[in-house]
Design a protein around this ligand. Sequence first.
Ligand SMILES: [Zn+2]
Length: 312
Amino acid sequence: MSFHLAVDIGGTQLRAALYSNNHEIPIKLARTTTQGDNQTPQVRLIKLISSIMPAEEKVLAVGVAAPGPVDPDLGLLLEAPNIPGWENVPLQQLLESHFHVPVAVGNDANMAALGEWKYGAARGHHHVLYLTISTGIGAGVIIADQLLLGSRGLATEIGHTTIQPDGPLCGCGQRGHLEAFASGTAIVRWVQEELARGIASSLPTGQRLTGKLITEAAQNGDTLAIAALERSGRYIGLALANLVLIFNPTAVVIGGGVSQSGYLLIDPICRALNLFVMSPAYVRDLVVTTAKLGDEAGLLGALALARSINPD
Ligand SMILES: [Zn+2]
């Protein structure tokens, strides 16, 4: 029997999983913290992978979902905003020289897109646009069954496209990006501003406010929380009205923590998309749906990447 191994590197957690042919449920799964025991994340990563690497049987390839922009030709992680000091990490070279197995590396949003396309909500589609709405906004695009990377692997940074010049400050340091209007962070910030203005709500003020609490309050009918998700959805729908003109997908998949609000986010997205789109031809056969794989999306995308470089 032969295997593929998938790795998901997060800011707080490392996960590795071993899969046998044609299965998407791992036969082995291991996790550990990204930092700790005075070890570098590289050392912890190699230990974690070693703990599930089969001794006797063959691993055909390793796929890695990395938390930042990746040079796809070199498998080089350029930077990792959530892992201090991690810059220009040659992940592919590091793992290939240690394990003597082909390794491919992709950024986590692209890997989640790949996972949802191969094994999740967009299975069977050939043209897919994936957005993950959480602390920030990440994206991945599949066109004609190919993940779109661009010349240096930096394509489809949709969260940092400009919606309004001089708008609110984005996580990247610029202003007015989609992420600054519609991410989980932006939703919390807007609700805090509304509460400070004296708008009535069941939500707490200050530090205790989180995206999860806002989603729960919206599900319980809180008007301000519903309005916050509607506002986010409207900006995402506006962005999509532009993006469908460029990519002409048949599926739009919305993942990330904020997507757990379901129709409370998807309905305003669809309303804005239909309102702003240039022609109904772009939305007639378009499916807009929430992601299916949850936390597993990055890992399963890394599995799809591993299978693509060295199939069964
Ligand atoms: Zn930005």
